[in-house]
Ligand binder design. Sequence first.
Ligand code: NAD
Length: 577
Amino acid sequence: MKAAELADAPVTQLPPVRLLTIVCCRLNARAVSTIVSDTHVTDFSVENEPILGYMPGSPERAELEAALRKHESQMADVPIMIGDKEYRTDEVRHQVMPHKHSHKLAQFYYATSELVQKAINTAMAEREKWERVPLNDKFEMWLKAADLMAGKYRQDLNATTMLGQSKTVIQAEIDSAAELIDFLRFNALYAKEGVKWQPRSPTPDVTVNKLRFRGLEGFIAAVSPFNFTAIGGNLAYTPAMMGNVVLWKPSDTAIISNYMVYKIMREVGVPGGVVSFIPADGPVFGDTITKAPQLAAINFTGSVPTFQRLWTQVGQNLSNYVNFPRLVGECGGKNYHLIHPSADATSVVNGTIRSAFEYCGQKCSACSRAYIPQSLWPQVKEGLIATQKELKVGDVKEFDSFTSAVIDEKAFKRITGYIDHAKSSPKLSIVAGGKYDMSVGYFIEPTIVETTDPHDCIMTEEIFGPVLTVYVYPDEKVDDMITVANTSTPYALTGAIFAQDEAWLAKATDALKDSAGNFYINDKSTGSVVAQQPFGGARMSGTNDKAGGLHYALKWTSPQTIKQTMVPLTQMSSIHI
Ligand code: NAD
């Protein structure tokens, strides 16, 4: 589009760092006026948020330490937020620090079914108003929120994520700072680009065609997991950015960081009725929203059983809904590293340790099973054991901790159950780690297990903890391992292959096409970055809607096609259709 055509378009003030050009785009700008006004979007560009180093003496480290002291020394009181009102019920719950579970960080309240219903009514009342706020204004709010998160609130977000979800500083920085900020900025960018596409109007003096990007007619339930603060922000606020009203149910074990996100979004002008913040017992929330005729979509991240339950409930209520609800779910994984005999052993060791044990293996993409050729095993085993010994498991405030505690007692028992199984099964042996202790915090050593059975439950079930199991195979069976990696679990989230043999890499990449939504070659299976590796898996790992990618934001619109004819319909048989 030429600058002259854009001269009358509004210019929105944006921080210079993002502003590629002050040129504005008027979509389908034309002389004839139409009923549906043109969509105005200010052009801007964004970059991935840099990850700060937190070196001793750095300003960010001093700020983070102050924020940690602040949030640790107080017990936050987190209300249920519906519209502009705070609610507190008799069902009081606490968020504790997983690495010191006697320490209560926050008090919060479970919403009753009646309050969830109130939030639905509030959302429906807000919907008309919010949908009419121009997209451009919404983008501005989202970009402003991202700037606040990158600036004055960065260390509050990191501190609440570290203390509440037991993330080390680097794991918090890549989640509650970088990824969250990236989601806000890139979803705004992709939405801006996406809504530029308009249908053809070959004879605009006769007929004008437009797409109006409406929000969905109803409310959206965003149900988020504990393990990424950024995911909660994305699940609730990307639909909201596209004009939807949302009920956000955070995880019990991520309350204070998620509430911080909510408050920042309010500060930049998102009205109270647009996103309600509703801590609740999962089934109470799920049962209520799936019964509501106005349910337009569920935006879920969490475990397979929870998503299956929600999907089943939607099916059971299908005849009651105004729309067919959209179901978006990112679920579990049983992610693999498949090692070819030609692989570089050092890359295998470093990549596998990081993937399996960062954040205690509580990333949905964490490597949980590895297939390693006999010829490489001595070298890789030695490297894994030596590196595992160096991993410090400790308090998140000790900046040299590699990991801290797992999230809660339920997770601790599930994970240690697999370790006990490894200790007692004749098919399994512990190569490194295996100790655990929940007397102060839910601490589990990074544990490496060797199995003689690639189909043992430890190789096929999601553990979601710091347990890596290795199957050592005879080198000549490497192609059989492709089949095992592909077919031995119901999941297809992430997977990685390591080799220097390029012909095998090509063959395995092709054969493993359906085994992972995010596939890595000579790299670990974790660490996707917004806009660089859009994320999501298929099979039982989810609906693969690729958060952090181009199409995600537009998923949350219900476009309306409008054809407007500019001339009288003078004849029965018209030359135009
Ligand atoms: P979870 O399924 O226990 O809980 C997820 C959310 O669902 C929580 O807010 C929980 O309270 C809620 N919930 C529970 N029962 C419910 C019900 N009946 N109705 C409505 N909501 C209900 O999962 P989690 O332990 O918080 O998270 C870990 C899981 O999430 C792992 O399986 C992990 O692989 C997965 N995960 C996947 C991705 C991905 O992108 N694929 C990302 C992060 C986490």
